[in-house]
Design a protein around this ligand. Sequence first.
Ligand SMILES: Nc1ncnc2c1ncn2[C@@H]1O[C@H](COP(=O)(O)OP(=O)(O)OP(=O)(O)O)[C@@H](O)[C@H]1O
Length: 238
Amino acid sequence: MNHVLSVHIDYAGYSDKEPIIKDIRFSIKSGEWVGLIGGNGAGKSTTINTVLGLLKHHKSAIHFGGQNGHYGYVAEQPIFYDELTLWEHMKLAAAAFEMKKDTYAEKAEELLHAFRMAHVKHELPQHFSKGMQQKLMLILAFLVEADVYIFDEPFVGLDPQATQTLLEYIDKACQRGAGVLMSTHILDTAEKVCDRFVLLDQGRLIAQGTLTDIRQQAGLSQGSLYECFDRLQGRECV
Ligand SMILES: Nc1ncnc2c1ncn2[C@@H]1O[C@H](COP(=O)(O)OP(=O)(O)OP(=O)(O)O)[C@@H](O)[C@H]1O
């Protein structure tokens, strides 16, 4: 199977002092949903920022594969233009990715409906709640058929229906062959939906693989993802 993303980070950080993350290597195949797991400050966002090429101080090789080279990214904090409505944001994204008018119109209405945002499509996102701003980011990400989707803590602020809708959209994206990297603290959800996991602690990779692999590495044959992560924290990866 093709890799849609391969990540090889020797080190990365925000200054030329001691790096924040070191020796992080993993890849994502077409159709795979990978959970990036770690406690507060473990280095999840730093890893994502390195993958996105946003850090100045790094030694890394990041390769995006796939068919069209498009990726979708949803940051931990919503990012938007204060003076553009939700609908204008969507039109801008469609124009940037040169989407066909018919494809766009159908997809746009479907997403607005699915995320229950049709009633505010002509409103400014700065007046939205945190969850609604998060939904705007998700709608923009799913508007374009990307080869890779990267989500940093996507569930924060979402209500249960929006969470379900997001899970369904990610699942559909994987079914058509996209790869997904998703950082989250919601380990019971991650355990249910992700195919594989990358576990970080203090800027280091401490384990990776399927739940079965992680259980083996933690020595807990029936352990939950949380129990395995709890056991593995503080150890170096083999
Ligand atoms: N912009 C920045 N400048 C300097 N240091 C930073 C910056 N952003 C994060 N760090 C540091 O990098 C380390 C890892 O942070 P990071 O945000 O990658 O963790 P995280 O796993 O995403 O945590 P959380 O779950 O709390 O979001 C922390 O020690 C943090 O203080």
